[in-house]
Design a protein around this ligand. Sequence first.
Ligand code: PBG
Length: 317
Amino acid sequence: MNENTKSGSKPVPVRLRIGTRGSPLALWQAHAVQAALATALAVPAEAIEINVIRTSGDQIQDRALAEAGGKGLFTKEIEEALLDGRVDLAVHSAKDVATFLPEGLHLAGYLPRADVRDALIQKAGKGLDALPAGARVGTASLRREAQLRRLRPDLKVELLRGNVHTRLAKVREGDFDATLLALAGLTRLGMADAASAVLDTADFLPAVGQGAVAIECRVTDPDTNAAIAAIACRDTGIALDAERAFLTALDGSCRTPIAGLATVEGDSVRLRGLVMTPDGSDAAEIAERAPVSEAARLGTACGEILRASAPARALGL
Ligand SMILES: NCc1[nH]cc(CCC(=O)O)c1CC(=O)O
């Protein structure tokens, strides 16, 4: 219980400042964290401010992110605001958070994870099987590209960047026959019905962190850490510890097609990992289980095993 809910005591003014990108998806996620914090701390939503921060990633639209310098692009300016004390916490799609964080910052918790799967969006037909030979699929994700090529070497996979609305419009207008998007993002934007099919994780493995909302703050800020702990989802934290350790062991950047998914089942956590050559011609997979207390070690061990595989060597990992 915090100061504001103790009866009789004088309320302590709570003021937390959230830093976020300004995209509709980012704003939805920031509002979800704001609402959860307001409830947990028993304060009005206005006590949790939302500050929109423009990132370099928002400004680059013409290149694959891997070319432009990786996923840190969506978090750099927000992390600078955290380190300067201009905001107290940052809300990100966990998938977009770089493998290594700046000194002094950490991921203090996650909202309960949404659906982790990728959705296929196409005008005609449902699943991947319905795509005609040679169909043009737009994506900016090396992981989606490699898995698509692996399953359907006949498809033409081409660069398609931009926010969810832009990508859906490109398919609607016929510039592409199909695209792939995280179902979680579509759902948050109220557009889940745009999905023609949802791809089973057995066939198509999501990105590390997909569907999870991560909350970052300064390591040395006890009030903010306590507030985040009050809303953090334990199972999502365990799964993300395993997945992010897996990514760290592979030193995965945006240039490496890597997929990974951990799930908590009772007292144990199961991790599936996949590393591929960009053209999908070679891939190495792993699936292992460990007690939840060993989540990070499980991720590291799986990453190290895959790092010794042929596709990883082809990528210079
Ligand atoms: N790279 C952009 C991004 N970051 C998070 C999501 C979706 C929401 C999520 O995975 O939590 C998306 C869009 C997409 O990949 O379709």
